[in-house]
Design a protein around this ligand. Structure first.
Ligand code: AMP
Length: 187
């Protein structure tokens, strides 16, 4: 099974992706996590990425597409994966289509987790306090929301047109949202 989890920052994509990973034996591909480990490594690319992430902007399509295409070729992705945080732009979505075609694989579903923006800002500020993420301060959060609306939200139409979009309400407990996602995957 090949899935995309789409949704604004703080919608719970990472949490739900981890649950799906366990439940269905899929590999979670989180581009945010990948980037954070590049930043950890202290490389030149890591320093460049950190500045962009701390500003709440998007790392270039070129870098992201290269990163995900290398990762998708690894053996643990052969039977399926959950994309969490990718694609975020139309160019990334088109590149993913090409990648899947090359693999002879089909995208089963794009699950969009939808949450009201005020709730998200609250959640992200709380996460910043708990996890100490440097891209979760209020100014950056606002930029990340705007970037989501401008660049990523249009992908809902992209996947709706392809007949693979499922929209789920992201308010409520982790369990409740997980149930809605399960229902969307069955349907
Ligand atoms: P996330 O953990 O998914 O919220 O990602 C954290 C940050 O990493 C984002 O705010 C972006 O700066 C960067 N990032 C993650 N995934 C992508 C992507 N697919 N394209 C561009 N930038 C990304």
């Amino acid at each position: 099974m090949r899935l995309i989890l789409l949704g604004p920052p703080g919608a719970g994509k990472g949490t739900q992706a981890k649950r799906l990973e366990q439940k269905h034996g899929l590999t979670q591909l989180s581009t945010g996590d990948m980037l954070r480990s590049v930043v950890e490594s202290g490389s030149a690319l890591g320093r460049e990425a950190k500045a962009i992430m701390d500003a709440g902007k998007l790392v270039s399509d070129d870098i992201m597409i290269r990163m995900i295409s290398e990762r998708i070729d690894e053996p643990d992705c052969a039977t399926g994966f959950i994309l969490d945080g990718f694609p975020r732009t139309r160019a990334q979505a088109e590149a993913l289509d090409e990648l899947l075609e090359r693999l002879g694989a089909r995208l089963e579903r794009c699950v969009a987790i939808l949450v009201d923006e005020d709730v998200l800002v609250e959640r992200l500020l709380k996460r910043a306090r708990i996890e100490g993420r440097t891209d979760d301060n209020e100014g950056t959060i606002r930029t990340r929301m705007r970037v989501y609306r401008d660049q990523t939200e249009p992908l809902l139409d992209y996947y709706r047109e392809r007949g693979v979009l499922a929209e789920v309400e992201g308010l409520g407990s982790v369990e409740e949202v997980a149930k809605r996602i399960a229902a969307a995957l069955d349907g």
